[in-house]
Design a protein. Structure first.
Length: 94
């Protein structure tokens, strides 16, 4: 079964039980400078989820713990990276 389907099959109880002690245990910050290494290159090994967020964004604050719990429940088979930079800065990366 592919990782995407397995991740979708995780129930809410499993997500709640799998929450890490801190977000830093399962997430990495990514910038334009290291996007190729942390996202593009790493995606050859496993799926990489990129969370573009902002400290003023209330929906981002609500979504982050859900993403972190889902990635924690995947036990390392999915990587989560976060960027506070605008997504438009990444448009020209290849």
């Amino acid at each position: 079964m592919n990782e995407f389907k397995r991740l979708n099959m995780v129930d809410d109880n499993a997500l709640a039980q799998s929450q890490p002690n801190s977000a830093s245990e399962i997430t990495e910050e990514v910038s334009i400078a290291d996007f190729k290494t942390k996202v593009i290159d790493e995606s050859a090994n496993r799926p990489v989820l990129v969370d573009f967020w902002a400290p003023w964004c209330e929906p981002c604050k609500q979504l982050s713990p859900i993403l972190e719990a889902a990635v924690a429940a995947a036990n390392g088979s999915v990587k989560l990276v976060k960027s506070e930079e605008s997504i438009t800065h990444f448009e020209n990366l290849t």
